[in-house]
Ligand binder design. Structure first.
Ligand SMILES: [Zn+2]
Length: 393
């Protein structure tokens, strides 16, 4: 079983939000009166880690979790060895609901969540769990815990989310309680955080790899659960790749280096969307292989196999790529890992999109049903669970 030391090793942050710039960050920092928030924009990862260690030895007055950080779907993932934020745990667990139909479905509500809001939040979290189940028919981690806390002024329905790789993993979501159920469902945050659970990642290297997977699947799971149609799915992915392409102020640095120094360069768009493209290209390559060999390969199925074999340990990005190659009898994941790690800009995304039948004119995508991988594009949208049983193994 899992090493308990490893389970408090990795802490994944996804800093959210809807605005982009530093002065916005400063406004939020001023609002929160949090030393951590004031310092955060200026801190590198190493400095941040030192502060987190300080937090762990008793400086609990700082508010590392009062996040209004505004960076337009930004995130970072930190390796925090031996650190666990006790305040987070103390502030919830007052109310736990377990679904009698699914004993593993646990939501811990923070103490300040009113009783009359819980049914809505429960329905929302259940909806996102259903979306995650649409990757390969079951949850990657059956007993993960969802912690819901009330936002204190963050923007949007879900201003903050994070994944803690404890045993079982915990996904914390900070919500604006006045948001409607529909607004909560339409916010991508929960789909992103849940998608992080699809790989047993230890955050020790290649953050782009993990954030890319979450960025790719947050859109796919939303589409599969009915939040938007196929055209919108591909538009969202294309728009993300475009944002990644526009971030070129560190074009002298390789993606692997850039990703390791995300706290300093803040090139979230290039890092996240290069990662998302990595997984899309792997998905296309697998589905192309399936077409050639009449074997139902796909990224969904590869991840299902990874879950079956290897979720009793944390793996590095390189280890995951090797394992996925082994499971798919290919070299797709390691060869793409080498290519993407050494990239100085987001790799070409128009060619793979075009192969799927996703054409772009003036920034708007249209679907070409005559493309070579037309069927594969549809399958990415529809997902395994709705395909015929012969395709599902
Ligand atoms: Zn993330």
């Amino acid at each position: 079983m899992c090493n308990p030391l490893l389970h408090i090793k990795c802490k994944a942050y996804c800093l959210l939000a809807k605005n982009k710039v530093i002065n916005k960050l400063m406004n939020n920092a001023n609002k929160s009166h949090s030393l951590m928030n004031i310092l955060k924009p200026y801190l590198g990862v190493s400095s941040y880690l030192i502060l987190l260690v300080l937090l762990s030895i008793g400086l609990t007055a700082m508010s590392a979790h009062s996040h209004n950080i505004d960076l337009n779907h930004i995130g970072d993932e930190l390796e925090v060895v031996g650190f666990k934020d006790d305040r987070l745990l103390q502030s919830e667990s007052k109310s736990t609901i377990k679904n009698s139909l699914n004993q593993s479905y646990t939501i811990n509500f923070a103490a300040n969540i009113p009783e009359d809001k819980k049914a809505k939040l429960y329905t929302w979290a259940n909806h996102a769990r259903k979306a995650l189940r649409l990757v390969y028919g079951k949850l990657p981690v059956e007993d993960f815990v969802t912690i819901i806390k009330a936002s204190k002024g963050g923007k949007g329905a879900v201003p903050w989310g994070e994944v803690n790789r404890y045993s079982p993993p915990e996904v914390t979501l900070v919500v604006n309680l006045d948001s409607s159920l529909e607004a909560l469902k339409a916010d991508w945050t929960i789909y992103h955080e849940f998608s992080h659970l699809l790989i047993p990642y230890d955050a020790g290297d290649a953050r782009w790899f993990s954030e890319g997977l979450a960025s790719y699947y947050q859109n796919i799971t939303q589409a599969r659960v009915g939040m938007f149609d196929e055209q919108t799915l591909w538009q969202k992915l294309y728009d993300g790749f475009e944002r990644g392409n526009k971030q070129q102020n560190y074009a002298h640095q390789r993606l692997d280096y850039l990703s390791d120094h995300i706290g300093e360069n803040r090139n979230y768009m290039r890092i996240y969307w290069s990662g998302a493209l990595y997984w899309l290209k792997a998905d296309i390559a697998l589905r192309a292989l399936a077409q050639k060999n009449a074997i139902p390969y796909s990224l969904d199925l590869a991840l299902a196999k990874l879950q079956a074999c290897c979720f009793d340990r944390y793996l590095s990005a390189t280890e995951i790529a090797h394992k996925l190659d082994q499971l798919t009898e290919s070299k797709i994941f390691t060869s793409l890992l080498s290519e993407f790690s050494a990239s100085y800009a987001i790799p070409d995304y128009l060619t793979p999109l075009r192969s799927l039948g996703v054409e772009v004119i003036n920034g708007q995508i249209s679907i070409n049903d005559q493309a070579i991988y037309n069927t594969q594009r549809r399958a990415i949208f529809i997902g395994l669970s709705k395909l015929s049983s012969k395709n599902a193994r």
